[in-house]
Design a protein around this ligand. Structure first.
Ligand code: ADQ
Length: 738
C-alpha cells in the first residue's frame, strides 16, 4: 500500500482533525463526521480524487488490534490516515498550547493565554509526529496542504527533509496584529515554521497583512507584493476567503425528507405567528454569546410591542469543555438565558429557546430556511461559515443577516446589518431594523450576497488555493532559471578568459558590501580593496565602480584602486586615477534647501532614520528604523515628494531602505555612457542590487552579463543572492591565468 501511494502524485491534506471522528459507545466503535468549520471544509474537498487526509481521529485505541482495525477502516473507507495522539499529549498539545495559548492569542483574548513551556514542548512533539506520518506517505511529486493553528511548525519540518516539495498552509482563524503576536514567547519558531510553506493563505487581506508585518518586524523579512524571499525561495502570502458548498447545500434543501421537516416546522411556527431569530455556534468565548444575549435583553426592554411575537432559537455545540474558560462561559450563558427568560417570559412564551447540543446538518437546514433573522455576533472570527450557510439557505431571498463587523465574513457580506458586538445598543437596534425590514429590502440585500456565495464557493476556494501552490512553484522554477548557477558561471568565466577588452561595472552598497546600519559603516574591508586592486590592475580589464554615494566618500574609500568612479548615481564621473572629477550636466544643488526641512521632519518622526546630503542630491535612510514604521513612512514620503516635485526637473527614487531626490536625467545609465560608447568591448559585466542599477542594466548590449544581487523584478539577465556571492565570482575571475 505504501509503495503504491508513493508512486502517484497526490494531494496530502493534513489537519489536526480528520474529516471523520471515532468514538466508542457501549464497547462499539462509531465513525461520525467531525464538528466545526474546518471539518466542513475538509468534507468539501474530500471529493477531490487525488486527495488523502492525515489527522487525529479523536480516539486513542485500547490495544494494537483495535488500532489496526481503526486504521484499516479509515484508510480504506475514508482515505484518512490517522495520527494517534495519546490522551496525555492531547491534554498538552490540543487543550494546552493550541487552545489555551494560540486560540485566545490569535482572537485577541490575550488575558486568557497560558504560556506553559511543557505545553509548547508537547506542541512541537506532536507536530513532529504528524511530520513522521506525512513522510511515510509522501512521494516526490506530492502537494501538501496543511490546515490551521495546530500544525504551524509542520511546513518547515517538511521543507527541511523534502526541500523541493510543494507546500501550502491555510490558517482558518485570524492572524492577529503584530503587536499581539509579538507577545508570544515562541513567536520566531512559529513564524519560521510557517515560512517553510510555498504558499500561506488567510481568510482576509487584513490577516495576511498582519502576518507580513510580523515577519518583517520579528525576523526582518521584507516582502514585495506579498512575496517574501527566504534562502532563495519565494513564499507567497495571500488571502483566500473560504466559501461553503453552496450547490451541495441547495441540493440537500431540495430533498424530500428535508422539505417535509421544513413544512412541519413551518406549520408549528405559523400557528404561533411568531418570527424566528436564530443563532448557531460552538460554545466559544470568541463567538460573543453573552454580548449577544445582553443585546437581546436590551431589545426586549426597549420594544415591549415585540414581546410574544418572536422566538430566539439559540443553538450551541459543546466545545473544548476541558478548558476552564469554556466551562466558565457555559455557566455565564446558562445564567443569562435564565435571567432573560425569567424577566420577560410569560405563560405560553419564553423568548429564548436554548439548545446545548450538536445537530446533524440536515436538521440544521430547516432552521436556517425558516429563520427570519440570523444573529451572528462573534467578537472575532476567522471567517464564520454559519453566516454563509444562512444566506445560502435563503432560496426565496427572504431573511436578514445581522453580522459582527469583526467576523472575517463581514468583508464579503457587506449587505448584512453589520454591528459592533461590544455595543449592545447596536445589537438591539439591528434586531429592530431586521424584524421591521420590508421584504423588498430583504430581497435586495440577500440577492447580492447569495450571488457572491454561489460564485465563490468552497470548491472554487480549494481549487484556487491548489492552483496557486502550483503557480508559486512555477515562479520559483522560473527564478531558478535566472540564477547565475554553476553552468552559467562556467560560460561567463570562459567568455571572460577569451576576451581582451573587458568592461566591469560594479555597484558598491549591497553589491560588494552588505549594508551597515549607517551609510558610513559600509567602508571597504582590506579583502575587498585587494580584490578590486587585482581586478583593476589587469590591463585587459576596465573596472568602474558605479555608486550613489557622494564623490568625497567614494574617493576616500576607493581612490587608490586602479578604476573609474561614478558618484551620486552619475552626477559625477572620474575616468581613472589620472583624471579629475567631471560634472555630468550643468547641475545645481540650490533646491536642496527647500527639501531639507521635509526630510528632517521624517528623521525626527522615525527614530533611527537619518538624512544624508550630497552635492546634487539629498537622501533619507531608514535602514536602522523599526522596519514596519520605516516602510510605512517611506511610502508616505515617496508619495508626498512625488506630488511636491511634480513639474520640476527633480526625481524621487525609492532605493534599498532609502528615499533619494536628485536631478532628473542623472542616472547610472547616463553615468557610464562615456565608457560604454567606446565600442571596443568584447566582454561586459554589470552588477547591482538596487533599482537605481536598472538604468544601467537597461542600456547594456544583449550579450552583456547583467547580474542583480538580490531578489526582485529586474532587467538583469541573472541574479545572485548576496555581496558574498559577488565577491566569490569576482575572486574566481582574478584567478584566471593568462
Ligand atoms: P468554527 O469556529 O468552528 O470554524 P464556523 O466558521 O462558524 O466556526 O463553522 C461552524 C460549522 O459548524 C458550520 O459549518 C456550522 O454549520 C457547524 N455548526 C455550528 N454549530 C452547530 C450546531 N449546533 N450543530 C451542528 N452544526 C453546527 C473555524 C474558524 C472560523 C472559520 C472556519 C472555517 O473559527 O472562523 O470560518 O474554521 O475556516
Amino acid at each position: 500500500m505504501k509503495g503504491n501511494k508513493k508512486s502517484e502524485s497526490k494531494i496530502i491534506i493534513v489537519s489536526n482533525r480528520l474529516p471523520v471522528a471515532i468514538s466508542k459507545r457501549k464497547d462499539e466503535l462509531k465513525i461520525q463526521q467531525s464538528p466545526g468549520g474546518l471539518a466542513t471544509c475538509l468534507r468539501a474537498i474530500q471529493e477531490e480524487e487525488k486527495a488523502i487526509f492525515v489527522g487525529w481521529p479523536g480516539y486513542w485505541p485500547a490495544n494494537y488490534k483495535e488500532k489496526k482495525s481503526v486504521e484499516n477502516d479509515l484508510i480504506n473507507n475514508y482515505k484518512s490516515y490517522p495520527v494517534f495522539i495519546s490522551p496525555a499529549e492531547i491534554g498538552k498539545y490540543y487543550y494546552g498550547f493550541a487552545n489555551r495559548t494560540l486560540w485566545p492569542l490569535f482572537h485577541y483574548f490575550s488575558t486568557y493565554c497560558a504560556y506553559e513551556k511543557s505545553e509548547w514542548i508537547a506542541y512541537k512533539k506532536v507536530n513532529q509526529k504528524f511530520f513522521q506520518k506525512v513522510l511515510d506517505l509522501a512521494g516526490p511529486k506530492d502537494t501538501f496542504w496543511i490546515h490551521d493553528y495546530h500544525l504551524m511548525l509542520l511546513p518547515a519540518l517538511i521543507r527541511k527533509s523534502l526541500p523541493q516539495s510543494s507546500i501550502g498552509f491555510f490558517l482558518h482563524i485570524p492572524f492577529p496584529s503584530s503587536e499581539i503576536f509579538r507577545t508570544l514567547p515562541w513567536r520566531e519558531e512559529i513564524l519560521e515554521g510557517l515560512l517553510g510553506a510555498d504558499l500561506l493563505g488567510f481568510h482576509t487581506y487584513e490577516y495576511a497583512r498582519h502576518f507580513l508585518n510580523s515577519a518583517l518586524l520579528l525576523l526582518g523579512y521584507e516582502h514585495e507584493f506579498g512575496s517574501i524571499l527566504i534562502d532563495n525561495r519565494i513564499v507567497k502570502v495571500e488571502n483566500f476567503p473560504m466559501g461553503i458548498d453552496s450547490l451541495g447545500m441547495e441540493g440537500l434543501l431540495g430533498e424530500s425528507p428535508i422539505q417535509k421537516d421544513i413544512k412541519k416546522l413551518e406549520e408549528k411556527i405559523w400557528t404561533k405567528k411568531r418570527k424566528i431569530i436564530l443563532s448557531v455556534d460552538r460554545l466559544d468565548y470568541t463567538k460573543g454569546i453573552p454580548q449577544r444575549l445582553k443585546g437581546v435583553e436590551l431589545f426586549l426592554e426597549k420594544n415591549p410591542e415585540w414581546h410574544n411575537r418572536f422566538t430566539y432559537i439559540m443553538l450551541c455545540v459543546p466545545s473544548r469543555t476541558k478548558v476552564r474558560h469554556y466551562s466558565l462561559l457555559k455557566e455565564e450563558v446558562d445564567s443569562l438565558v435564565g435571567r432573560i427568560n425569567g424577566r420577560f417570559g410569560r405563560p405560553g412564551w419564553i423568548p429564548i429557546h436554548y439548545m446545548y447540543r450538536s445537530l446533524p446538518f440536515h436538521k440544521l437546514l430547516p432552521l436556517y430556511t425558516l429563520a427570519d433573522v440570523a444573529l451572528v455576533t462573534p467578537l472575532r472570527d476567522g471567517m464564520n461559515l454559519v453566516a454563509k450557510e444562512y444566506v445560502t439557505s435563503k432560496k426565496d431571498n427572504k431573511g436578514v443577516l445581522v453580522l459582527s463587523e469583526t467576523a472575517g465574513a463581514a468583508s464579503e457580506l457587506g449587505e448584512a446589518l453589520l454591528v459592533n458586538v461590544n455595543n449592545k445598543e447596536d445589537i438591539a437596534s439591528a434586531l429592530t431594523q431586521a424584524l421591521d425590514m420590508s421584504e423588498e429590502e430583504q430581497a435586495r440585500r440577500m440577492e447580492l450576497m447569495r450571488k457572491r456565495l454561489f460564485e465563490y464557493d468552497v470548491v472554487h476556494w480549494a481549487r484556487s488555493f491548489i492552483e496557486r501552490i502550483k503557480d508559486t512553484k512555477k515562479i520559483q522554477s522560473h527564478r531558478e532559471h535566472r540564477k547565475l548557477d554553476a553552468k552559467w558561471e562556467k560560460k561567463l568565466i570562459s567568455d571572460f578568459k577569451r576576451s581582451k577588452n573587458r568592461l566591469l561595472f560594479l555597484d558598491y552598497d549591497g553589491t560588494l558590501v552588505s549594508f551597515g546600519a549607517k551609510p558610513e559603516q559600509a567602508r571597504p574591508d582590506i579583502g575587498l580593496v585587494r580584490l578590486l586592486f587585482s581586478l583593476g590592475r589587469d590591463p585587459r580589464n576596465t573596472l568602474v565602480i558605479v555608486s550613489g554615494r557622494d564623490r568625497t566618500t567614494i574617493e576616500r574609500w576607493l581612490g587608490r584602486v586602479p578604476c573609474g568612479l561614478v558618484a551620486e548615481h552619475g552626477a559625477w564621473i572620474k575616468r581613472d586615477a589620472h583624471h579629475d572629477w567631471e560634472k555630468q550636466k550643468n547641475l545645481s544643488g540650490d533646491w536642496k534647501e527647500q527639501l531639507q526641512p521635509i526630510l528632517k521632519t521624517y528623521e525626527f518622526r522615525v527614530p533611527g532614520s537619518l538624512v544624508e546630503e550630497k552635492e546634487y542630491g539629498i537622501a533619507w535612510h531608514y535602514r536602522k528604523a523599526n522596519p514596519e514604521l520605516g516602510q510605512l513612512r517611506s511610502s508616505e514620503l515617496f508619495d508626498y515628494l512625488n506630488e511636491f516635485l511634480a513639474n520640476t526637473d527633480l526625481q524621487v527614487m525609492h532605493g534599498n531602505k532609502v528615499i533619494e531626490v536628485r536631478v532628473s536625467g542623472i542616472n547610472k545609465g547616463n553615468g557610464v555612457a562615456p565608457w560604454l560608447s567606446e565600442k571596443k568591448w568584447d566582454f561586459i559585466l554589470a552588477m547591482g542590487d538596487d533599482w537605481t542599477d536598472e538604468d544601467l542594466f537597461k542600456i547594456l548590449p544583449a550579450k552583456a552579463y547583467s547580474v542583480k544581487v538580490s531578489y526582485g523584478q529586474s532587467q538583469a539577465r541573472f541574479y545572485l543572492e548576496s555581496p558574498q556571492s559577488t565577491r566569490n565570482l569576482l575572486r574566481r575571475l582574478t584567478r584566471i591565468r593568462k
